[in-house]
Design a binder for this molecule. Structure first.
Ligand SMILES: [Zn+2]
Ligand SMILES: [Zn+2]
Ligand SMILES: [Zn+2]
Ligand SMILES: [Zn+2]
Length: 353
């Protein structure tokens, strides 16, 4: 034990007076020079007693190596088992060895409580202490099995393991040899989700992708995926004639989709609209004539040969002959009507008179 004492010169003198007694009791006195050339004001009083400071020994377990060192104030003191028939002396029954510096080590030989005496012999004296060491029965684990459980995507499973119901230690094996922990035996979550059906969250359109979702029925995790944009189907408007068809040439018409796509189609030529035609060259009995037709739409003309005939050559007499009876009948009728009208008019006038 070291003590620091601030003292005055008078006190120093008092201490000096007790030096002989102190030396006998293991006290060491030193006067420190503080370095200012004046009389020292601090005195260190170092006390070196040989005192065993260890109060008790830890228990030993049968079947397990033991190793413990008894402490003493004097590091240089020799510590040994003190054999004296008048004192407890059971050290030998422990089976341990005693090292020179107070180390007790080795395998236990017996189970029980063993008391013995230790002596520490130093430069300034000796100290004795009596210790009792308890060598306990080796612990027998009472192992309870925990069955293996597989992981899901939500809950951690674990390997099978055994827990001692008495000490709480956990082992991989039923013999309690391979110690482990419940946490170490835990299994990682599995990535195998139990997916429900895909449901459409957003329908795909021609303009945008849609979206589908599915949910894990175990852990609730969601997964989404895109639905491809719908293929564009053209929606054409009405046909617009861009080039009118003529009698002989096809026209053209187009229609377009909102996407800009265009479609064209031809409008078939309408064909000439021929009139009844006129005889432009009268046939005779011997020569062919010609008939000319004119298109009422475009003015185009075409001719047709009229087979030789006298039909057209005697046109006027023939026509006169054929028309004459009609003319005569018509004229007769007109005259008859006039006469009848006149007669009736006369009769009416006479009656009025
Ligand atoms: Zn146990
Ligand atoms: Zn899941
Ligand atoms: Zn389109
Ligand atoms: Zn025409």
């Amino acid at each position: 034990m070291k003590k620091y004492i601030c003292v005055l010169t008078a006190v120093i003198m008092f201490v000096l007076a007790v030096v002989p007694a102190a030396a006998a009791g293991g006290l060491e006195l030193a006067v420190l020079d503080v370095g200012d050339g004046k009389a020292p004001s601090v005195v260190e009083l170092a006390e070196e007693e040989t005192t065993i400071t260890t109060k008790s020994l830890p228990d030993a377990v049968f079947g397990e190596e033991y190793d413990f060192t008894i402490e003493c104030t004097d590091k240089d003191a020799e510590i040994y088992e003190y054999y004296n028939p008048g004192r407890p002396n059971d050290f030998e029954k422990t089976g341990f060895k005693f090292g020179s510096s107070g180390r007790i080590y080795g395998m236990p030989k017996n189970v029980g409580k063993f008391t013995f005496t230790v002596c520490a012999a130093g430069e300034y004296g000796e100290d004795y202490a009596t210790f009792t060491i308890t060598i306990k029965e080796a612990h027998k684990h009472t192992l309870v099995k925990t069955e293996a459980v597989g992981s899901t995507c939500k809950d951690h499973g674990h390997n099978e393991y055994y827990t001692c119901s008495s000490c709480g230690k956990v082992f991989k094996d039923a013999e309690g040899k391979a110690e482990t922990t419940a946490v170490a035996e835990e299994l990682p979550l599995t990535a195998d989700h139990v997916w429900g059906d895909w449901t459409t969250v957003k329908e795909a359109t021609e303009e945008a992708e849609g979206e589908q979702k599915r949910v894990c029925t175990v852990c609730g995790r969601e997964e989404t995926r895109a639905i491809a944009r719908l293929a564009h189907t053209h929606s054409f408007g009405d046909w617009t004639v861009t080039k009118q068809a003529t009698c002989t040439e096809d026209g053209e018409m187009t229609r377009s989709c909102s996407c800009g796509a265009k479609e064209a189609a031809s409008v078939p030529a309408v064909g000439h609209k021929w009139d009844k035609g006129v005889i432009t060259t009268k046939p005779t009995k011997d020569t062919a004539g010609e008939k000319t037709y004119t298109c009422t739409a475009c003015g185009e003309t075409k001719t047709e040969t009229v087979e030789p005939s006298d039909e057209y050559g005697e046109e006027h007499p023939a026509m006169a002959l054929s028309i004459l009876p009609a003319i005569l009948i018509t004229a007769g009728s007109v005259i008859l009507v006039c006469v009848l009208t006149a007669v009736i008019a006369v009769l009416v006038i006479k009656k009025k008179k």
